[in-house]
Design a binder for this molecule. Structure first.
Ligand SMILES: Cc1cc2nc3c(=O)[nH]c(=O)nc-3n(C[C@H](O)[C@H](O)[C@H](O)COP(=O)(O)OP(=O)(O)OC[C@H]3O[C@@H](n4cnc5c(N)ncnc54)[C@H](O)[C@@H]3O)c2cc1C
Length: 604
């Protein structure tokens, strides 16, 4: 096999990239509209991306949980209007309200269908009123695979990384992919393309499978699509203890599911990190606790009070031991359908239980969970490039500066809509054929390091980007740190990326090759995120600045857009689209005070 040549060509109507919730529902939506569909995924369908990691739950409004999904104990007083209002306010008014409308209106049907797939695959999702289903990643895998099983006409290609979109005369008409195992280069020719490749996690502490490198975001940006809201990343409690469970989300899942257990948060010296009682009441055991942890733990860590692993301690000593034992038992029982009793995602929790009961201190950190930023789309999931659609976490627009509702619900309703839109487009287009000279420059770029005799490993460059983001783009940011990080990224772009070489020259299962292509994407995401964070000289949602703690609605009530101008990243701004709830004016002292404002009438 000659490196740098197309080894295989596959034609289809709609090419769907991504094998998780957004990809599977897009494929099903497109197929139901009569299109020939090919789904290509870097990982195994249902076992890759972030959905497999999910541990909290997903929801719709209470009316639909009752009427559409048939849950008799749902609370219909939690109406669509309230859900809409919550999302807009939780987003700190950064969401495009027509995208929120799409989420609220279109999610019940597809969530209902997902629940049915799950049931047929032997999964029962626990329901918690007003309108939430508790789930585990593996239940998603089984439900999504059932959805595909019921649609056997959809062709699926796993372990193939899509590395570049093919665009001709401003229209997307395919992509180039690499079979990770054989190293074959595949040319996909399609009339429309949907990206459902998930978000990006730029730092070292991860609570996900490690392939979340923002591939779809990077590819779309190179193809001329605009990105938005890149400065907003959501983090949550992530295990640092025990070492073999580092990155597990058991601390958050326990908080969410053991609401009668109390804890204090302590710094490295054992001093309490003070969180006002009213904030604890508002957030503990709820999804809003993620932002509260980012703010209070992040501040303590930034002040040098963190543990040597940049974490804090959760102190459970104030609990009655019997209550703690019973709550842990209930927790294990609740998840026993998916994880062996006493285990969480294959890991034995007895060591955690023993520590909680013995010295009561568990070390935790903050790991990124979800990127609110991504590809700019409209409510039909259309991007700026004709024939190109995107859905799920790869997009921006619903959750704005802070996601409290559900990434899982988003991937389903956006995926399905993107599939319908792409199929409609495919029906009306002839397809433009491949721009051979553009394709050849892509082939040259993606295989260049095979020719280099010496240089740097892509794995080191990847680690370098993470280190830069750890240091300058953490939970609490400031001008000096961001500027330094940006300079370092520029150094990596100029000196690291062009000098990547592969020790191993075979293209088959060449991880350095795959990571080289991932690194290109992660670098675009990190650069866009840091540039937007520098431009936003205020705090808002998950963008918390120690030098600008105030929220300033008067000056920063806009979304920051990153665009590719002949290889140079430029930023512009635009007002969030308003359909129902007017944008506020004035200022708030910090991101937490925002939620205490009675005028806001936040109903979460
Ligand atoms: C630890 C954790 C817990 C979470 N818990 C919850 C929760 O309880 N509730 C909730 O609502 N949300 C939760 N989320 C968020 C939620 O999981 C995501 O928002 C959701 O999975 C996004 O779905 P997606 O289909 O857009 O992308 P993903 O699920 O991330 O899937 C992306 C897919 O694209 C594929 N892919 C990526 N790049 C390429 C490429 N170059 N070529 C081909 N394929 C590619 C991947 O292999 C994967 O199949 C959690 C996230 C994490 C990390």
């Amino acid at each position: 096999m000659k490196i740098g040549e197309i080894n295989r060509t596959i034609e289809t109507d709609v090419l769907v990239v991504g094998g998780s919730g957004a990809g599977v529902t897009a494929a099903i939506g497109a197929k139901r509209s009569g299109a020939k569909v090919l789904l290509v995924s870097k990982g195994k369908v249902g076992y890759s991306g972030n959905a497999i990691m999910a541990g909290g739950g997903f929801s719709v409004d209470g009316e639909s949980a009752y009427h559409v999904c048939g849950k008799e104990n749902a609370d219909p007083s939690f109406t669509k209007d309230i859900l809409f209002e919550n999302i807009v306010k939780e987003s700190y008014f950064m969401s495009d309200q027509n995208m929120v409308e799409q989420y609220v209106e279109e999610s019940p049907e597809i969530v209902h269908e997902l629940l049915q797939w799950g049931e047929k695959a032997g999964q029962s999702f626990l329901f918690s009123p007003p309108s939430t289903w508790i789930s585990a990643g593996i239940s998603w895998t089984k439900a999504l695979k059932q959805g595909l099983k019921e649609n056997p006409e959809i062709e699926v290609l796993e372990d193939v990384m899509v590395v570049e979109l093919l665009v001709k005369d401003g229209q997307a008409n395919g992509a180039i992919g690499i079979d990770i195992y054989t190293g074959e280069i595949i040319q996909f020719e399609a009339k429309a393309v949907v990206l459902g490749t998930g978000g990006f996690q730029p730092c070292t502490l991860k609570n996900t499978v490690t392939d979340m490198t923002g591939d779809g975001i990077g590819m779309a940006y190179r193809a001329g699509v605009k990105l938005a809201d890149m400065e907003f990343l959501l983090a949550f409690a992530t295990a640092l203890y025990p070492n073999e469970m580092k990155g597990s989300i058991y601390p958050f899942v326990m908080e969410f599911n053991m609401r009668d257990v109390k804890y204090d948060v302590r710094d490295a010296k054992g001093e309490a990190i003070d969180i006002p009682e009213e904030i604890i009441k508002l957030s503990r055991g709820k999804k809003l606790s993620k932002l509260v942890s980012m703010y209070y733990w992040g501040k303590a860590i930034q002040e040098g009070r963190g543990t040597k692993n940049d974490g804090v301690y959760l102190d459970y000593r104030d609990n009655d031991k019997d209550i703690l034992i019973q709550s842990l038992e209930n927790f294990f029982e609740r998840f026993s359908a998916w994880h062996k009793h006493g285990y969480y995602k294959g890991e034995d929790m007895s060591i955690v239980k023993e520590k909680m009961l013995k010295d009561g201190l568990i070390e935790v950190g903050l790991g990124y969970e979800y990127s609110m930023g991504g590809i700019l789309v409209d409510e039909k999931m259309k991007t700026d490039v004709l024939g190109l659609y995107a859905a799920g976490e790869v997009t921006s627009g619903v959750f704005g500066a802070n996601r409290v509702r559900d990434g899982l619900t988003e991937m389903l309703c956006q995926g399905y809509r993107a599939g319908l839109s792409a199929a409609e487009f495919a029906q009306d287009t002839q397809g433009l054929g491949i721009d051979i000279s553009y394709r050849d420059t892509v082939l040259e770029r993606i295989t260049r390091p095979f020719k280099a005799e010496k240089g740097i490993s892509s794995i080191h460059v990847h680690q370098d980007i993470e280190k830069v983001c750890d240091e300058g783009f953490g939970m609490i940011r400031n001008e000096a740190g961001l500027l330094k990080a940006l300079k370092e990224l520029e150094r990596i772009r100029e000196e690291g990326l062009p000098n990547i070489y592969f020790k191993e020259k075979s293209p088959s299962y060449n991880y350095e090759w795959i990571d080289y292509l991932q690194v290109e994407n992660l670098l675009i995401c990190a650069e866009a995120a840091i540039k937007a964070a520098l431009m936003r000289k205020e705090s808002r949602g998950c963008h918390i600045r120690s030098d600008y703690p105030e929220i300033n609605h008067d000056h920063y009530m806009y979304r920051i857009i990153s665009k590719n101008n002949n290889g140079k990243m430029e930023l512009e701004t635009r007002k969030p689209i308003v359909t129902k709830i007017p944008l506020p004016t004035g200022k708030k002292e910090n991101v937490i005070e925002y939620f205490l404002d009675k005028d806001l009438q936040y109903k979460g």
